[in-house]
Design a protein around this ligand. Structure first.
Ligand code: SF4
Length: 449
């Protein structure tokens, strides 16, 4: 049951020292109760108070860590059902699937394909972060050898899909140091699998024939002291997997039922029955509702580009503008003699404009203004991208001292600034550029010609 601010305040140190950043202990208690702050921000709660409050103020959904080093990642830890309420915490991770029921050539193709999609979009690396290594009914190859091969793909977290405790033990012996997930516990084997996962210190995945069976197995594992779990939404049907993902998340967040508060795995590769388009649709669906890990057969660019774009939209904080650092960005080997173009620091604007400039092949300097992370027209309307702010930015950054070329291209959408800028930046030739970034290639080439 969620605690009220007053319950927390009763146990607070009542020093009103402001060290937590709140003006009073009461304000701090209210924030902790609403989930806006963590109890650990106050260093003065007594150990007894911490012990009685920590469990009750912890997020309703556990944060589970997997992987090590650069490949370490968090799953779960969500506090809301909808992104408009508050930011989601841990983005969906994607796994490509291999199985010991596949022949060697197919396995090789999948594993080498796992590293093919790897690019950056608005400062975020996009790639399949995990490999799901399944133990099938009709194995064609040695499972442990397959795990070794998958473990050799750099920077990926493994998910071992195996229900046989002895085989799981042998597989973990070759990869447990990389902190994989052992996805293999169900109502029939959870005690044995719990022993294997606990001994290896890895996260245990729990599946079942329906939501009730999964719930009972999770509760039984919690009784055994294991709360390092993820929930497998199953492969019987899309309807059942969707119901499990949504019901468990709702029960955790809305009803505070912590037995439901674990990250989830959704195997879109199996649910899609070989239909590539259906698999892409399911991966999108479960990125939104509520797959912590989505397994696909393969990650190709046709699937990745819309899918990672969707994920980035859902898992970024809508209250924080996506910005790039203001400054001079030389493009195509631009130097002090190259033409200058200026725009705002909204990340999407930067990446679209810089992409088009690169495409033009023309050496130039892209000068990014500090415009509060807003788009061109929004920042202009808010007075953050005006002739005064551009002139001031150029002066502060000493652009004229760093670049000799005196041609400056303005975004066409703020052509209205031309006259004012010419008055405020004498010596510069202000040129009105195109309204859309896509027209920059022709515009620059025409200028050169
Ligand atoms: S740091 Fe602790 S004692 Fe100080 S104001 Fe915040 S809650 Fe109160």
């Amino acid at each position: 049951m969620a605690l009220k601010g007053l319950d927390i305040f009763k146990l607070s140190p009542k020093k009103n020292c402001k060290e937590c950043g709140c003006p009073t202990c009461m304000a701090f208690s209210m924030k902790v109760a609403s989930g806006a702050m963590e109890l650990s921000k106050c260093p003065y709660f007594s150990e007894d108070a911490l012990a009685s409050l920590s469990e009750a103020t912890a997020p309703p959904m556990k944060t589970i860590k997997v992987g090590t080093g650069d490949a370490e990642m968090s799953l779960g830890g969500e506090t809301v059902l909808f992104r408009h309420e508050k930011t989601f915490v841990s983005k969906t991770r994607y796994a490509v699937a291999v199985c010991d029921c596949m022949d060697d050539a197919a396995i090789e193709e999948r594993l080498s394909g796992a590293a093919k999609v790897d690019y950056e979009r608005i400062g975020e690396r996009m790639y399949a972060e995990m490999i799901y290594v399944n133990h099938g009914e009709e194995a064609k190859t040695d499972y442990v050898e397959l795990v070794k091969k998958a473990a050799a793909v750099e920077g990926r977290v493994l998910i071992l899909g195996v229900k046989d405790a002895e085989l799981a033990k042998a597989a973990l012996a070759v990869c447990k140091d990389s902190k994989p997930i052992l996805n293999g516990a169900d109502a029939s084997n959870y005690e044995a699998m719990n022993a294997v996962a606990t001994e290896a210190g890895v996260v245990l995945g729990v599946s079942g024939k329906d939501a009730n069976e999964i719930y009972d197995t999770v509760a039984a594992l919690e009784k055994l002291g294991n709360k390092n779990l993820v929930i497998d939404c199953g492969t019987s049907s899309v309807k059942e997997a969707y119901a499990i993902a949504v019901q468990f998340r709702r029960a955790a967040i809305k009803d505070g039922d912590r037995t439901c508060g674990y990250p989830t795995i959704v195997n879109a590769a199996v649910l899609a029955h070989g239909d590539k388009h259906m698999q892409a649709a399911l991966a999108s669906l479960f990125t939104m509702k509520y797959g912590s890990i989505v397994v696909v057969e393969q990650m190709d660019y046709a699937t990745a580009l819309p899918l990672y774009g969707l994920r980035q939209n859902i898992f970024t904080d809508p209250q924080k503008p996506m910005k790039v650092e203001p400054g001079i960005y030389p493009i195509n080997g631009g130097d002090e003699n190259s033409i200058c173009l200026t725009t705002v620091d909204f990340a999407l604007t930067y990446f679209v404009v810089s992409g088009e400039l690169e495409r033009s092949g023309v050496p130039c300097n892209l000068i990014i203004n500090d415009a509060g992370g807003l788009s061109v027209l929004t920042s202009w309307a808010a007075g953050k991208f005006s002739s005064s702010s551009i002139a001031k930015f150029f002066e502060e950054q000493d652009i004229a001292g760093k670049i000799k070329n005196r041609k400056l291209v303005l975004p066409g959408k703020v052509a209205v600034l031309k006259g004012d800028l010419e008055a405020k930046m004498p010596g510069w030739e202000i040129i009105v550029g195109p309204k859309e970034a896509v027209q920059l290639v022709k515009f620059l080439k025409d200028m050169q010609g």
